[in-house]
Design a protein around this ligand. Sequence first.
Ligand SMILES: Nc1ncnc2c1ncn2[C@@H]1O[C@H](COP(=O)(O)OP(=O)(O)OP(=O)(O)O)[C@@H](O)[C@H]1O
Length: 283
Amino acid sequence: MSLESRTAPDDGTDRADTDEATPSGSRSDGDGIGRRATGAAPIDASDLTKRYDETLVFEGLDLHVEPGEVLCLLGPSGCGKTTLLHLLAGLEEPTGGDVEIDGQPVTGPDYRWGVVFQDPLLYPWLSVRENVAVGPRLRGEDPDPDRIDDLLDLVGLDGFEDAATSDLSGGMAQRASLARTLANDPEVLLLDEPFSALDQLTKMELQDELRRIVDDLGVTTVFVTHDIDEAVYLGDRVAIMGTIPDGIEHVESIDSDTRSRDDESFLEDRAATFERLEQVGLQ
Ligand SMILES: Nc1ncnc2c1ncn2[C@@H]1O[C@H](COP(=O)(O)OP(=O)(O)OP(=O)(O)O)[C@@H](O)[C@H]1O
């Protein structure tokens, strides 16, 4: 089995003498990721605390995502996945701690860290092509039509450039949403359960497409999901979040070379992740 299981130390501290990650998601080394884009940005969250009035979501959470890595945040409803993603994206302010992307503090939303939401949120009065060109336009740039076409090709929407968004299926709308985010050339891609509203076949197709795209672009990616198979299939590592306010309980490294849903190592990775979920008291 090629899976490296990275157990959280009992005392919650780093083990510098082993090849293990901390529960907060730091890595002691850089292997096992398999892809490392030159120029891709690391994400560093330090000592993050988020509280909404009486609700402490997590406290003192640390997370490091390697340049070009795909990290999946996995956990049950209400464990704080979206909250953590929003803090990484600058969509919400932490109660304590800070987030840096490529060494720059995240103080608010920015096109350099692109977010894809569960709802594609396309502008219905614009064509698919115009939706994808929105980011550069908002920044006062003249979008390069060839680049927009290339992006639509990349996400599998070749031939739908001039379609109205109302003519798109849910999967196609999510492809357009992804292309719109990629049009900003983000250093980091943050996705919040983007495929959870799609039927199983479309979801699997889009998982394949996303994996191909992030591999091609080498963009650092954080993907929120509550679907174990999705997390294991897409992630270089899977960070398992416990119930609030436990934060990240365990980080599982997934063998990057085996991206096949029906081979033995996928099933082994899945079983190991499921076991970890059970060990932190989740089903
Ligand atoms: N704006 C808010 N105001 C008050 N409490 C909030 C707010 N946003 C989130 N919470 C609370 O914070 C906790 C974490 O919520 P969050 O949405 O981050 O979890 P999640 O793991 O993403 O859940 P889901 O999988 O259902 O989307 C929950 O208890 C939720 O009720």
